[in-house]
Design a protein around this ligand. Structure first.
Ligand code: RAM
Length: 348
Protein backbone atom coordinates (compact mmCIF):
# COMPACT_ATOMS: atom_id res chain seq x y z
CA UNK A 1 0.00 0.00 0.00
CA UNK A 2 1.37 3.37 -0.98
CA UNK A 3 1.56 6.01 1.67
CA UNK A 4 1.19 9.71 1.66
CA UNK A 5 4.00 12.04 0.90
CA UNK A 6 4.36 15.37 2.59
CA UNK A 7 6.89 17.89 1.52
CA UNK A 8 8.11 20.82 3.43
CA UNK A 9 11.00 22.81 2.19
CA UNK A 10 12.95 25.45 3.92
CA UNK A 11 15.75 27.29 2.27
CA UNK A 12 16.98 30.73 2.97
CA UNK A 13 19.86 31.94 0.92
CA UNK A 14 21.18 33.97 3.81
CA UNK A 15 21.16 30.99 6.15
CA UNK A 16 22.77 28.76 3.56
CA UNK A 17 25.41 31.38 3.06
CA UNK A 18 26.04 31.65 6.77
CA UNK A 19 26.58 27.92 7.03
CA UNK A 20 28.86 28.01 4.04
CA UNK A 21 30.92 30.73 5.63
CA UNK A 22 31.13 28.89 8.92
CA UNK A 23 32.35 25.82 7.12
CA UNK A 24 34.92 27.82 5.21
CA UNK A 25 36.15 29.43 8.39
CA UNK A 26 36.43 26.13 10.22
CA UNK A 27 38.16 24.61 7.26
CA UNK A 28 35.62 21.79 6.89
CA UNK A 29 35.55 20.16 3.55
CA UNK A 30 32.45 18.69 2.02
CA UNK A 31 31.40 15.18 2.87
CA UNK A 32 33.98 12.52 2.32
CA UNK A 33 31.97 10.57 -0.24
CA UNK A 34 33.14 12.63 -3.18
CA UNK A 35 29.86 12.32 -5.05
CA UNK A 36 28.82 15.13 -7.38
CA UNK A 37 26.55 16.61 -4.73
CA UNK A 38 29.26 16.62 -2.14
CA UNK A 39 32.11 18.41 -3.75
CA UNK A 40 34.97 19.83 -1.75
CA UNK A 41 33.84 23.26 -0.67
CA UNK A 42 31.77 23.38 2.52
CA UNK A 43 29.44 25.84 0.87
CA UNK A 44 28.55 23.12 -1.61
CA UNK A 45 27.62 20.62 1.10
CA UNK A 46 24.32 19.01 0.24
CA UNK A 47 22.22 19.93 3.27
CA UNK A 48 18.98 18.46 1.99
CA UNK A 49 17.42 16.30 4.70
CA UNK A 50 14.80 13.60 4.24
CA UNK A 51 12.93 12.37 7.31
CA UNK A 52 11.47 8.86 7.12
CA UNK A 53 9.49 7.79 10.21
CA UNK A 54 8.15 4.26 10.77
CA UNK A 55 4.85 5.50 9.39
CA UNK A 56 2.93 8.74 9.00
CA UNK A 57 -0.08 9.72 11.11
CA UNK A 58 1.63 9.09 14.47
CA UNK A 59 1.73 12.13 16.80
CA UNK A 60 5.10 11.00 18.18
CA UNK A 61 6.70 11.17 14.75
CA UNK A 62 4.93 14.43 13.92
CA UNK A 63 6.78 15.86 16.91
CA UNK A 64 10.17 14.35 16.04
CA UNK A 65 9.76 15.61 12.47
CA UNK A 66 8.99 19.07 13.85
CA UNK A 67 12.26 19.00 15.78
CA UNK A 68 14.25 17.87 12.74
CA UNK A 69 12.67 20.57 10.63
CA UNK A 70 13.53 23.22 13.22
CA UNK A 71 17.16 22.06 13.25
CA UNK A 72 17.35 22.01 9.46
CA UNK A 73 16.04 25.56 9.37
CA UNK A 74 18.76 26.56 11.83
CA UNK A 75 21.58 25.13 9.73
CA UNK A 76 20.08 26.38 6.49
CA UNK A 77 19.19 23.11 4.79
CA UNK A 78 16.12 21.93 2.96
CA UNK A 79 13.73 19.48 4.55
CA UNK A 80 11.10 16.98 3.57
CA UNK A 81 9.25 14.20 5.35
CA UNK A 82 8.12 11.09 3.51
CA UNK A 83 6.81 7.78 4.78
CA UNK A 84 4.46 4.84 4.43
CA UNK A 85 1.02 4.69 5.97
CA UNK A 86 1.79 1.32 7.55
CA UNK A 87 4.85 0.36 9.57
CA UNK A 88 5.54 -2.96 7.87
CA UNK A 89 9.12 -4.27 7.46
CA UNK A 90 9.68 -3.31 3.82
CA UNK A 91 7.24 -0.39 3.47
CA UNK A 92 10.09 2.13 3.75
CA UNK A 93 12.22 0.70 0.92
CA UNK A 94 10.58 2.67 -1.89
CA UNK A 95 11.01 5.94 0.04
CA UNK A 96 14.70 5.25 0.62
CA UNK A 97 15.23 4.52 -3.07
CA UNK A 98 13.39 7.64 -4.16
CA UNK A 99 15.29 9.85 -1.71
CA UNK A 100 18.60 8.46 -3.00
CA UNK A 101 17.57 8.95 -6.64
CA UNK A 102 16.60 12.53 -5.88
CA UNK A 103 20.05 13.10 -4.37
CA UNK A 104 19.15 13.83 -0.78
CA UNK A 105 22.15 14.66 1.41
CA UNK A 106 20.96 13.05 4.65
CA UNK A 107 18.33 10.44 5.34
CA UNK A 108 16.97 10.14 8.88
CA UNK A 109 15.10 6.89 9.48
CA UNK A 110 13.21 5.11 12.27
CA UNK A 111 13.31 1.49 11.11
CA UNK A 112 10.40 -0.94 11.16
CA UNK A 113 12.80 -3.86 10.92
CA UNK A 114 16.54 -4.12 11.66
CA UNK A 115 17.34 -5.96 8.42
CA UNK A 116 14.63 -5.43 5.79
CA UNK A 117 15.73 -1.94 4.69
CA UNK A 118 19.47 -2.59 4.91
CA UNK A 119 20.14 -3.17 1.21
CA UNK A 120 18.24 -0.04 0.25
CA UNK A 121 20.09 2.01 2.88
CA UNK A 122 23.47 0.71 1.81
CA UNK A 123 22.71 1.47 -1.84
CA UNK A 124 21.77 5.00 -0.78
CA UNK A 125 25.04 5.28 1.16
CA UNK A 126 26.99 4.07 -1.87
CA UNK A 127 25.35 6.89 -3.78
CA UNK A 128 26.66 9.39 -1.20
CA UNK A 129 23.69 9.73 1.16
CA UNK A 130 24.51 9.95 4.87
CA UNK A 131 22.14 7.67 6.80
CA UNK A 132 21.16 8.42 10.39
CA UNK A 133 18.76 6.10 12.21
CA UNK A 134 16.86 7.48 15.18
CA UNK A 135 14.29 5.99 17.57
CA UNK A 136 14.42 2.45 16.09
CA UNK A 137 17.75 1.26 14.72
CA UNK A 138 18.79 -1.01 11.87
CA UNK A 139 21.75 -3.34 12.13
CA UNK A 140 24.74 -1.05 12.72
CA UNK A 141 26.39 -1.86 9.37
CA UNK A 142 23.45 -0.33 7.48
CA UNK A 143 23.76 3.25 8.75
CA UNK A 144 26.32 5.89 9.65
CA UNK A 145 24.91 6.81 13.07
CA UNK A 146 22.08 5.86 15.43
CA UNK A 147 20.51 8.57 17.59
CA UNK A 148 19.24 6.77 20.68
CA UNK A 149 16.51 8.40 22.77
CA UNK A 150 17.68 6.79 26.03
CA UNK A 151 19.46 3.57 26.94
CA UNK A 152 17.39 0.45 26.27
CA UNK A 153 18.07 -0.64 29.86
CA UNK A 154 16.73 2.64 31.23
CA UNK A 155 13.61 2.50 29.04
CA UNK A 156 12.92 -1.10 30.08
CA UNK A 157 13.49 -0.45 33.78
CA UNK A 158 11.28 2.61 34.05
CA UNK A 159 8.32 0.69 32.60
CA UNK A 160 8.86 -2.36 34.82
CA UNK A 161 9.19 -0.09 37.88
CA UNK A 162 5.98 1.76 36.98
CA UNK A 163 3.84 -1.35 36.49
CA UNK A 164 5.26 -3.03 39.61
CA UNK A 165 4.35 -0.01 41.73
CA UNK A 166 0.91 0.19 40.19
CA UNK A 167 -0.06 -3.47 40.77
CA UNK A 168 1.64 -4.04 44.15
CA UNK A 169 4.46 -6.07 42.58
CA UNK A 170 2.31 -9.19 42.02
CA UNK A 171 -0.02 -10.68 39.41
CA UNK A 172 -0.38 -11.13 35.66
CA UNK A 173 0.76 -8.49 33.19
CA UNK A 174 0.76 -8.37 29.40
CA UNK A 175 2.59 -6.26 26.85
CA UNK A 176 0.88 -4.48 23.95
CA UNK A 177 3.69 -3.66 21.53
CA UNK A 178 4.03 -1.96 18.14
CA UNK A 179 4.92 -4.14 15.13
CA UNK A 180 6.47 -7.54 15.73
CA UNK A 181 9.76 -6.63 14.01
CA UNK A 182 10.35 -3.18 15.55
CA UNK A 183 13.97 -3.03 16.69
CA UNK A 184 13.32 -0.60 19.51
CA UNK A 185 10.31 -2.29 21.11
CA UNK A 186 11.88 -5.74 20.77
CA UNK A 187 15.05 -4.62 22.54
CA UNK A 188 13.02 -3.05 25.36
CA UNK A 189 10.75 -6.11 25.71
CA UNK A 190 13.70 -8.46 25.99
CA UNK A 191 15.17 -6.34 28.77
CA UNK A 192 11.78 -6.03 30.52
CA UNK A 193 11.50 -9.83 30.52
CA UNK A 194 14.94 -10.06 32.11
CA UNK A 195 14.06 -7.43 34.70
CA UNK A 196 10.80 -9.16 35.66
CA UNK A 197 12.59 -12.51 35.95
CA UNK A 198 15.44 -11.08 38.03
CA UNK A 199 13.61 -8.74 40.39
CA UNK A 200 9.85 -9.36 40.35
CA UNK A 201 9.22 -13.05 41.08
CA UNK A 202 5.51 -12.55 41.78
CA UNK A 203 4.75 -10.87 38.46
CA UNK A 204 3.85 -13.19 35.59
CA UNK A 205 4.24 -11.85 32.08
CA UNK A 206 1.48 -13.78 30.29
CA UNK A 207 1.73 -12.59 26.69
CA UNK A 208 3.06 -9.96 24.29
CA UNK A 209 0.63 -8.90 21.55
CA UNK A 210 1.21 -6.56 18.61
CA UNK A 211 -0.98 -3.60 17.64
CA UNK A 212 1.30 -2.67 14.70
CA UNK A 213 1.31 1.00 15.78
CA UNK A 214 -2.18 1.14 14.34
CA UNK A 215 -4.83 2.70 16.56
CA UNK A 216 -7.68 0.30 15.78
CA UNK A 217 -5.53 -2.84 15.87
CA UNK A 218 -4.10 -1.77 19.23
CA UNK A 219 -7.60 -1.05 20.57
CA UNK A 220 -8.83 -4.48 19.47
CA UNK A 221 -5.78 -6.26 20.88
CA UNK A 222 -6.42 -4.58 24.24
CA UNK A 223 -9.99 -5.87 24.28
CA UNK A 224 -8.79 -9.36 23.38
CA UNK A 225 -6.15 -9.38 26.15
CA UNK A 226 -8.73 -8.46 28.78
CA UNK A 227 -11.06 -11.20 27.56
CA UNK A 228 -8.34 -13.84 27.44
CA UNK A 229 -6.88 -13.07 30.87
CA UNK A 230 -9.64 -12.27 33.37
CA UNK A 231 -7.04 -12.06 36.14
CA UNK A 232 -4.89 -9.53 34.31
CA UNK A 233 -3.56 -6.84 36.65
CA UNK A 234 -1.70 -4.62 34.24
CA UNK A 235 -0.72 -3.78 30.67
CA UNK A 236 2.57 -2.25 29.54
CA UNK A 237 2.45 -0.63 26.13
CA UNK A 238 5.93 0.54 25.02
CA UNK A 239 4.49 2.48 22.11
CA UNK A 240 2.72 5.84 22.05
CA UNK A 241 0.10 4.50 19.62
CA UNK A 242 -0.57 1.39 21.70
CA UNK A 243 -0.81 3.08 25.09
CA UNK A 244 -3.22 5.74 23.80
CA UNK A 245 -5.50 3.12 22.19
CA UNK A 246 -5.39 0.90 25.28
CA UNK A 247 -6.19 3.88 27.51
CA UNK A 248 -9.16 4.78 25.34
CA UNK A 249 -10.46 1.22 25.62
CA UNK A 250 -9.96 1.01 29.36
CA UNK A 251 -11.40 4.46 30.10
CA UNK A 252 -14.95 3.44 29.17
CA UNK A 253 -14.73 -0.20 30.27
CA UNK A 254 -15.39 -2.04 33.50
CA UNK A 255 -11.61 -2.43 33.84
CA UNK A 256 -10.95 1.28 34.37
CA UNK A 257 -9.08 1.74 37.63
CA UNK A 258 -8.82 -2.04 38.06
CA UNK A 259 -6.34 -2.95 35.35
CA UNK A 260 -3.26 -0.72 35.42
CA UNK A 261 -1.81 0.68 32.21
CA UNK A 262 1.62 2.17 31.72
CA UNK A 263 4.33 2.34 29.08
CA UNK A 264 5.52 5.03 26.70
CA UNK A 265 3.12 7.81 25.72
CA UNK A 266 2.99 11.43 24.68
CA UNK A 267 1.58 13.84 27.29
CA UNK A 268 -0.95 15.32 24.84
CA UNK A 269 -2.37 11.91 23.91
CA UNK A 270 -2.43 10.66 27.51
CA UNK A 271 -3.58 13.78 29.36
CA UNK A 272 -7.30 12.95 29.45
CA UNK A 273 -6.60 9.41 30.67
CA UNK A 274 -4.37 10.64 33.47
CA UNK A 275 -6.99 13.22 34.43
CA UNK A 276 -9.85 10.67 34.41
CA UNK A 277 -7.85 8.16 36.48
CA UNK A 278 -7.38 5.48 33.80
CA UNK A 279 -3.60 5.90 33.89
CA UNK A 280 -1.44 6.85 36.89
CA UNK A 281 1.94 7.38 35.24
CA UNK A 282 3.87 6.63 32.03
CA UNK A 283 7.22 7.56 30.52
CA UNK A 284 8.84 9.03 27.40
CA UNK A 285 11.60 11.38 26.27
CA UNK A 286 11.22 14.52 24.17
CA UNK A 287 10.61 13.41 20.55
CA UNK A 288 11.22 16.96 19.27
CA UNK A 289 14.71 16.95 20.78
CA UNK A 290 15.32 13.50 19.30
CA UNK A 291 14.49 14.70 15.78
CA UNK A 292 16.45 17.92 16.31
CA UNK A 293 19.55 15.99 17.40
CA UNK A 294 19.22 13.55 14.49
CA UNK A 295 19.12 16.39 11.97
CA UNK A 296 22.22 18.05 13.44
CA UNK A 297 23.97 14.68 13.38
CA UNK A 298 23.11 14.30 9.68
CA UNK A 299 24.47 17.77 9.03
CA UNK A 300 27.72 16.95 10.84
CA UNK A 301 28.13 13.82 8.70
CA UNK A 302 27.33 15.65 5.48
CA UNK A 303 29.81 18.44 6.10
CA UNK A 304 32.48 15.99 7.16
CA UNK A 305 32.64 17.44 10.70
CA UNK A 306 32.29 13.82 11.90
CA UNK A 307 32.51 10.40 10.30
CA UNK A 308 30.71 8.44 13.03
CA UNK A 309 33.86 7.22 14.78
CA UNK A 310 33.64 6.66 18.53
CA UNK A 311 34.76 9.85 20.25
CA UNK A 312 33.73 12.16 17.40
CA UNK A 313 31.84 15.16 18.72
CA UNK A 314 29.53 17.67 17.12
CA UNK A 315 27.38 20.64 18.02
CA UNK A 316 23.61 20.25 18.00
CA UNK A 317 22.34 23.83 18.23
CA UNK A 318 20.38 24.56 21.42
CA UNK A 319 21.04 21.02 22.77
CA UNK A 320 24.79 21.61 22.91
CA UNK A 321 27.60 19.22 22.15
CA UNK A 322 27.27 15.44 21.73
CA UNK A 323 29.80 12.65 21.44
CA UNK A 324 29.61 9.47 19.39
CA UNK A 325 29.65 6.34 21.57
CA UNK A 326 30.43 2.75 20.61
CA UNK A 327 28.52 1.21 17.68
CA UNK A 328 28.28 4.68 16.13
CA UNK A 329 25.46 5.69 18.45
CA UNK A 330 24.65 8.98 20.15
CA UNK A 331 22.56 9.16 23.33
CA UNK A 332 19.95 11.90 23.80
CA UNK A 333 19.27 11.48 27.53
CA UNK A 334 17.08 9.64 30.02
CA UNK A 335 13.40 8.67 30.00
CA UNK A 336 11.09 10.95 31.95
CA UNK A 337 8.01 9.95 33.99
CA UNK A 338 4.74 11.86 33.49
CA UNK A 339 1.93 11.79 36.06
CA UNK A 340 -0.99 13.90 37.27
CA UNK A 341 1.40 16.27 39.05
CA UNK A 342 3.48 17.27 36.04
CA UNK A 343 1.51 16.45 32.89
CA UNK A 344 0.13 19.97 32.71
CA UNK A 345 3.64 21.28 32.14
CA UNK A 346 4.06 19.56 28.77
CA UNK A 347 2.65 20.19 25.32
CA UNK A 348 3.69 17.56 22.79
C1 RAM B 1 5.71 4.81 18.85
C2 RAM B 1 6.73 4.24 17.92
C3 RAM B 1 8.13 4.71 18.25
C4 RAM B 1 8.41 4.56 19.74
C5 RAM B 1 7.37 5.27 20.55
C6 RAM B 1 7.60 5.12 22.02
O1 RAM B 1 5.43 6.14 18.52
O2 RAM B 1 6.68 2.85 17.99
O3 RAM B 1 9.05 3.98 17.51
O4 RAM B 1 9.70 5.02 20.08
O5 RAM B 1 6.09 4.73 20.22
Amino acid sequence: MFGMQRKRRIATTAAALAVGMTLLMTGCSGAGGGTPDESDGGDDANLSITMLPKNLGNAYFDTSTGGAEEATEEFGGTFEEVGPSEGTPTSQVQYIQTAAQQGTGGLIVSANDPEAICDALNEARDAGVKVVTFDSDTNPECRDLFINQATAEGIAKVQVDLISEQIGDAGQVAILSASANATNQNAWIELMEEEFAANHPDIELVETVYGDDDDQTSFDKTAALLQTYPELKGIISPTTVGIAAAARYLSTSEYKGKVALTGLGTPNQMREYVEDGTVAAFALWNPADLGYLAAFAAQALITGEITGEEGDSFEAGKLGSFEVDEDASVLLGEPFVFDAENIGDFDF
